[in-house]
Design a protein around this ligand. Structure first.
Ligand code: GLU
Length: 506
């Protein structure tokens, strides 16, 4: 019988701190695979290691998935009844399955103290052996040397105990991995893993297998670092007689020097990238390409989430480590901005502008600068120049705010004795201009300069400085058209009041 009629994947993070970019990639691949196949994507909080819990981390995981648009199915966010599945709320279930394994002699009680285990470990290390449990408490009935009577005694005395799985001796354990093919492990290298801890909590290994089974997970897509745990899981599936999901271990994320991606070499928390201004589209696009490619000779690198859903397949996830290259992320961010329509960008700019307007006064009419048409015009002029959406507001703030300062060097260079007089004269001409389009303003300026016998540069640069405060930017005449007659005239007059030519050197 199939595990489930529909594909079911899960993201199963432990709430131990921030969400790592590698975690976002795991969530994304599971989401893409589920959606591509018309299946379900489930979030399960794996909080069985109580010593590593971080307050608020589980909520943060949900927040980030929501931000990324990877909303889990079967959660209240999708109209389901459950919070995310949370392992600490399911302890009875794991205990029950553990008891079954003990009854079937596939697991046994172990009363070895942490000190004893440490001693054994040290000894094994000294002898150059792989540290493993020495099976002191393996019962005689299971091929060990501990008499049943002693075990009964220990159980009755109530001393702390754990439950361990009994790994069969001398067998090859095969992991069928969708990305790596068959990976074989010698059972001699697999430890008698603890399944249930002294505090009554299951270990990850028991909980993950029980939950993946009960939640009918068909595909387990997770980081390569879990591959070495998988033989234990395979054995547990065999112990229980359960059908195995498809395993797919995705490659490690590497720093550019090919070491494992670490906090020391840069930011690894998704939040850090959100704070820097990266958009969800770009970040998802970027992490998607860390290990996956569209295949078929395609060199497409820019994908929306919908395109990723359409194109994703496990066949095109590679085995080798994926390099985390921040320049690429920045490039992807810019490509997404350039690909958006002006209307989409207007929608994205508006909330950022509104936030800015909470703390910053403007001389421009608010309805005008927050209108669709205005923001679309700003988007059109600036979308080739910004690196982040927020830069529409910060980098070209002159579309929304009068400049407070003017680039000093540029003023020094451009302001001549007669600049202020010429500006005022030209402003008077603008006042009478009925068509305030870029081309009309340009024609007016050219005619003005010709009549005065001056180069257009003598006017263009001071006007740009007066209106924007900056010496560079998109086409000046388009800036003027967008900002509008009133603001242009007001700003030029303000600049005339504030700026004057440097006295000529004596
Ligand atoms: N709880 C594990 C983690 O924190 C999940 C591993 C898995 O997906 O099985 O990554």
């Amino acid at each position: 019988m199939a595990i489930s009629d529909v594909v079911r994947t899960r993201f199963a993070p432990s709430p131990t701190g921030f969400v790592h970019v590698g975690g976002l990639r795991t969530a994304l691949y599971n989401y893409l695979f589920a959606k591509k196949n018309g299946g379900k994507f489930i979030l399960r909080i794996e909080d069985t290691d109580q010593t590593r819990l971080v307050e608020g981390a589980a909520e943060n995981i949900e927040k980030i998935l929501e931000w990324a648009g990877l909303t889990p199915d079967e959660s209240p966010l999708r109209g389901g009844d459950y919070g995310p599945y949370t392992q600490s709320q399911r302890l009875d279930i794991y205990k029950r399955y553990c008891e079954q394994l003990i009854a079937e002699k596939k697991a046994y009680y172990c009363f070895s103290t942490p000190e004893e285990l440490e001693e054994v470990r040290k000894l094994q290390q000294k002898q150059g052996l792989q540290p493993k449990y020495n099976r002191k408490w393996l019962p005689e009935s299971m091929g060990g040397s501990m008499p049943e009577s002693k075990i009964k005694e220990a159980l009755e005395s109530g001393i702390p105990k754990v439950v361990r799985m009994k790994v069969p001796d001398g067998v090859a354990i095969k992991v069928h991995d969708a990305i790596r093919g068959v990976v074989e492990f010698d059972s001699a290298v697999v430890d008698d893993q603890v399944l249930l801890k002294a505090d009554g909590f299951p270990t990850y290994h028991l909980a993950v297998v029980v939950d993946d089974h009960l939640m009918k997970i068909t595909h387990v897509i997770r980081g390569e670092e879990w591959l070495s745990s998988t033989p234990k899981h395979v054995l547990l599936y065999e112990f229980f007689g359960w059908e195995m999901p498809v395993f797919a271990h995705v490659p490690l994320l590497l720093n550019p020097d090919r070491t494992k991606l670490s906090k020391r070499q840069g930011d690894v928390a998704v939040e850090d990238y959100v704070k820097k201004g990266f958009s969800r589209e770009a970040l998802l696009n970027f992490v998607a390409l860390l290990g996956w490619n569209p295949g078929g000779g395609s060199d497409q690198e820019i994908f929306t989430l919908d395109e990723l859903i359409e194109r994703f397949s496990l066949e095109h996830v590679g085995k080798s480590g994926a390099i985390f290259n921040l320049d690429k992320l920045q490039w992807i961010e810019e490509q997404h901005i350039r690909r958006k329509s002006d209307a989409e960008l207007a929608q994205a700019i508006r909330p950022i502008l509104e936030e800015e307007l909470k703390t910053r006064k403007t001389e421009m009419p608010i309805e005008k600068i927050t209108s669709d048409d205005y923001l679309k015009a700003v988007a059109r002029e600036m979308k080739e120049r910004v690196r982040f959406v927020k830069e529409f507001v910060t980098f070209s703030s002159y579309f929304f705010f009068e400049p407070e300062t003017y680039e000093e060097d540029a003023v020094k260079k451009r302001w001549k004795e007669n600049t202020n007089a010429l500006l005022l004269e030209f402003v008077a001409r603008l006042e009478t201009l009925s068509d305030f389009s870029a081309s009309a303003i340009e024609a007016e300026l050219r005619a003005f300069c010709e009549a005065k016998g001056i180069k257009t540069a003598e006017m263009v640069h001071p006007i740009r400085l007066a209106v924007s405060g900056a010496s560079f930017g998109p086409s000046l005449f388009h800036i003027l058209e967008i900002i509008g007659k009133e603001a242009v005239i007001r700003r030029v007059k303000r600049a005339v009041e504030r700026l004057k030519a440097e006295p000529a050197a004596a």
